[in-house]
Design a binder for this molecule. Structure first.
Ligand SMILES: C[S@@+](CC[C@H](N)C(=O)[O-])C[C@H]1O[C@@H](n2cnc3c(N)ncnc32)[C@H](O)[C@@H]1O
Length: 277
């Protein structure tokens, strides 16, 4: 019996998994060793303890460009140009680096600026030119800065807009308290549900990125529904964890799509962007 016939014969027996064990072990060991190497490097080189930052893999960046292109109905080349804008914005990059270096929480933040999926938020704001963006959950203010940078570019092209950034932590948003970005950011401190209820202008683009419990995410989308401008876009940062926005989209007659990011050189599996429109 030749080797192929022997392998096929073994594959039909209960001993097949045992015979395949060395190959299976090598595969999983290679994968786990890569995760361990990345994790060890991160433990030694990063200071972050939550809300991790990283670059996207090249492939993940390509997929994000197509995701934004489909959702916003703009050519993918245009989306790539928007990505290029935020990635080559050295003034913003230097501001984030120096504000991080001088911040009270500098011991728990990396100076190197990495936007990950936030370049998708940037491109959505550039493509849709909202007058009023609401972001729930601010943390250091990295997302607020990215959204503000897009709004400032829109304003320079004759389409002004502002972002209302909501966080329960009074120390949140320190990156977004410097001009010119602060000129289009309204930081509101308090529980997001109460802050959404107090909004006094229609919302064109809403981004959930605060308390990522299912219940809170659902409450935010329910609270903002009556505040939305016609044709508003809803985003969630929680799409890899819950189906809340998809269910909300179905209930309210919207379309829904999810993008899952892949971080480059990071142990964290990544988050994503859920969108209802
Ligand atoms: C994941 S971080 C936000 C990240 C930010 N959008 C960014 O781009 O880096 C989550 C934030 O939500 C805030 N948060 C948690 N519960 C909240 C609530 N009930 N209302 C408002 N903000 C809340 C936390 O204080 C924290 O700063």
């Amino acid at each position: 019996m030749d080797a192929t016939k022997l392998r096929r014969a073994i594959a039909r027996t209960p001993f097949a998994p045992v015979a395949a064990f060395p190959k299976r072990l090598a595969r999983v060991a290679r994968h786990d060793a890569k995760v361990l190497r990345t994790s060890a490097r991160w433990l030694l080189t990063s200071r972050e303890h939550h809300n991790y930052t990283y670059e996207l893999t090249k492939l993940s960046r390509h997929h994000l460009a197509w995701f934004v292109s489909v959702v916003c109905d703009v050519p993918v080349k245009q989306v790539r140009a928007y990505f290029g804008e935020i990635e080559s914005d050295d003034v913003l990059r230097r501001h984030i680096e120096s504000a991080t270096a001088g911040a009270a929480r500098r011991g728990l933040a990396d100076r190197h600026v990495r936007y990950a999926r936030r370049i998708g938020w940037y491109a959505i704001v550039r493509a849709t030119r909202p007058q009023h963006v609401v972001e729930t959950g601010v943390d250091k203010g990295l997302g607020s800065c990215v959204l503000a940078a897009a709004l400032l570019r829109n304003a320079a092209e004759g389409h002004p807009g502002r972002v209302t950034s909501l966080d329960i932590n009074p120390e949140a948003g320190y990156l977004a308290r410097t001009a010119p970005w602060s000129e289009v950011v309204d930081l509101v401190i308090g529980d997001s549900i109460a802050s959404i209820a107090a909004l006094d202008r229609p919302v064109d683009l809403f981004l959930h990125d605060s308390d990522h419990s299912r219940a809170h995410e659902k409450r935010e989308f329910e609270a903002v529904e009556g505040k939305l401008a016609p044709g508003a876009i809803l985003l969630t940062d929680n799409v890899t964890a819950t189906n809340v926005l998809a269910e909300h989209a179905e209930r309210t007659g919207r379309k829904f799509l999810a993008y899952r990011e892949t971080p480059a050189n990071h142990w964290y599996p990544g988050d994503g962007i859920g969108v209802a429109w």
